[in-house]
Every structure is written in C-alpha cells, then in structure tokens.
Design a protein around this ligand. Structure first.
Ligand SMILES: Nc1ncnc2c1ncn2[C@@H]1O[C@H](COP(=O)(O)OP(=O)(O)OP(=O)(O)O)[C@@H](O)[C@H]1O
Ligand SMILES: [Mg+2]
Length: 229
C-alpha cells in the first residue's frame, strides 16, 4: 500500500540550466522504497547520483514530477514546511561532508539534535555515543578543520545518523576511509536498516556495491539515461 512507503518518486525529472541550454540529469524516474529497504545507486561521475539523493531528501526540487517522504508531498511544499520534515525524517551524509568549520566534532553532531529539544547533557551524551560508534569519540573536542578527510567523513556520518532518521541518504559514505573503517560504516548502516530505516546510498566502492544488505540497485549509464531498478 502506498501509505507504507517511506519514499516515493513519481515521474521525476531534473534539468539544470547550462551555458548552452538545459542539461537533463534525471528523466521520468519512478521509485518506491519501504521501511528497511536499501537502494544502492551507481553510475559514472556526473551521471546524477547526488542529484537523485538531494531530490529524495527534499534538499533540491525536481523540475517535473512528485516526491513524497512518508505522506508528505515534499516536492510541492513551501520551504518553511520542509525543515521540520527533514529534521524529523531525514539523515544526509554529504559527499563533501558539509561540516561547520571552526566548530568541534561533537558540536557538529549536536547540530542535528538541536531541533529535537533535548536537554543539553542528553544531546551531548548522544552526540558522543554517535562519535564513539564511528571510532571518533577520542577526537570529539577537536575543531573539524584540523581533522583528516577520513575523520571528517566519520563525523559527518555520525551527524547524519545520531537522530535515528527514517530515511538515510549516504553519498559515497566510504570514499575517504580505509577498508576496515568502511566495513564498520557498512555495519552501522546495517543496524539502521534493522531498526527499519530506509537507506539510499550512492557509491563507487565495490565492497559497498556487493554488500549483502543492499536490496535494490539502480545504475545511471550516462547523463540523462537511467537503467533499472
Ligand atoms: N546546481 C547545479 N547547476 C548546474 N548543474 C548541476 C548542478 N548540480 C549538478 N549539476 C550537474 O548535474 C550533473 C549530475 O551531477 P551529480 O553531482 O548529481 O553527479 P554524480 O553522479 O553525483 O557525480 P559524482 O560521481 O562525481 O559524485 C553534472 O553534470 C553536474 O554538473
Ligand atoms: Mg555525487
């Protein structure tokens, strides 16, 4: 039944304005994902993976079509309504991390918890636990500018999962880490799948691509051409 779907996309298209006219990135994409389902998105650089994730997370509006998060038609809601839906339902690990510069790792993770209205000590405890889960508890007080790329990716990972979102978008989650750390991140994603989260992962990593917890795969061959699911 449609009401049980976590994420639905109907006839979604996306075109960006380019110097020589519109550049079509997504065309007539239809997708329905259930709680606990894991979708892996692959394709060459520039094929539209990050664009798809951003539209699913309601960070970007489609040019055509509709997007629903739970029962909310997010593609057509005004911006002021989207913030609370994202805060409640969505976790997003950005390909370029998008950590807040000049702020510590633990405070970066706490940003996700602010809208939940937790007591400061509880927010701190949960943020530390999320950092511990990615082996970054010992760097919690460090300003993120001074962390390595792999460390920053783990902080961003913790920030995207700390509020136990219904929908998790992970854009190249293992791109900057070694295989052991990558396996640990996959294990964390498996745990979130087990509690019923829907995961949408873009990845080039063969370990991630072949991971048994992936239920569905969708691949972009070239810009504007979609193959699957
Ligand atoms: N805001 C924007 N304005 C114009 N073009 C954009 C914009 N965002 C993305 N694009 C274009 O859309 C296409 C798809 O970009 P996207 O970032 O989704 O690719 P990707 O598959 O995630 O690539 P990568 O593997 O390098 O991360 C690219 O050609 C990109 O230049
Ligand atoms: Mg990308």
């Amino acid at each position: 039944m449609a009401a049980t779907k976590t994420l639905r996309m109907r006839s979604v298209g996306k075109a960006f304005r380019g110097p020589d006219g519109p550049v079509v990135v997504l065309k007539n994409l239809n997708l329905e994902l259930e709680p606990g389902e894991v979708l892996l998105v692959t394709g060459p650089p520039g094929s539209g993976k990050s664009t798809l994730l951003s539209i699913g997370a309601s960070l970007l509006r489609p040019t055509t079509g509709e997007v629903f998060v739970q029962s909310h038609r997010v593609s057509h809601l005004p911006e002021h309504r989207l913030a609370s839906i994202r805060q409640q339902h969505v976790g997003f690990l950005f390909q370029d991390f998008q950590l807040v510069r000049g702020v510590s790792a633990v405070d970066n993770v706490k940003i996700t918890l602010v809208p939940l209205g937790l007591m400061p000590t509880e927010a701190h405890r949960r943020a530390l636990a999320a950092l511990d889960a990615v082996d970054m508890g010992h760097r919690a007080s460090q300003v993120v500018n001074y962390l390595s790329g792999g460390e920053q990716q783990r902080v961003a990972f913790a920030r995207s999962l700390v509020h136990n979102p219904t929908l998790v978008f992970a854009d190249e989650p293992t791109a900057s880490v070694d295989q052991n750390t990558g396996n640990k991140m996959i294990q964390l994603l498996v745990e979130h799948k087990s509690r019923g989260a829907t995961l949408i992962i873009a990845s080039h990593d063969p370990v991630m691509i072949n991971a048994p917890f992936v239920d569905r795969r969708l691949s972009f061959e070239t810009i504007g051409l979609l193959v699957g699911p």
